[in-house]
Write a protein that binds this ligand. Structure first.
Ligand code: RP5
Length: 168
């Protein structure tokens, strides 16, 4: 990265430590790309004052994207988006009873004017949210853009090298 500091550019927040299994997939991508980031628990329902303070201070602290994961009545991404113009990338975390369909619908159905970019339920969504954060940053960072291109090229090569077992 070219920002030359360890100040986080991406915030990864989640409603509970129980979301970590999923959300660590976002952190892993940010680490892989060398993006300065922070990861912390901020619960919309259990610590609403801290959630609003985090959102209100995000831009001034230099955050350029916020990845917010939550499960069930997943209000965290939407309420953070309500208090900041920093892009919010929402990750629906699988829930115990409804397997994350509740989380997905809670996050995706934002009213017009307050967007949350919403990703797939679970690990793929967390990883893709981080890749999107990388893409946002890469718009102004050629080094990061090259890393992203290389990542895509690797995937292409891996797909081309795939073989299938002989037909039964
Ligand atoms: C949400 O409630 C969290 O994002 C989590 O997915 C879900 C359950 O939280 P815990 O009861 O496991 O702390 O706020």
């Amino acid at each position: 990265m070219q920002n030359g500091t360890d100040k986080p550019l991406v915030g990864v927040i989640m409603g509970s430590s129980s979301d970590w299994d999923v959300m660590q997939n976002a952190v892993a991508i940010l680490q892989q790309f060398g993006v300065p980031h922070e990861a912390l628990v901020i619960s919309a329902h259990r610590m609403p004052d801290e959630m609003f303070a985090y959102a209100e201070g995000a831009r001034a602290r230099g955050l350029r994207a916020i990845i917010a994961g939550a499960g069930g009545a997943a209000h965290l991404p939407g309420m953070v988006a309500a208090k900041t113009i920093v892009p919010v990338l929402g990750v629906p975390v699988p829930s115990k009873y409804l397997r994350g369909e509740d989380s997905l619908l809670s996050i995706v159905q934002m009213p017009k004017g307050v967007p949350v970019s919403t990703f797939a339920i679970g690990e793929a969504g967390a990883a893709n949210a981080a890749l999107t954060a990388v893409a946002i940053l890469a718009a102004g960072d050629d080094v990061l853009a090259e890393r992203l291109q290389a990542f895509r090229a690797q995937q292409t090569a891996a797909a081309k090298a795939m073989t299938l077992p002989p037909a039964p």
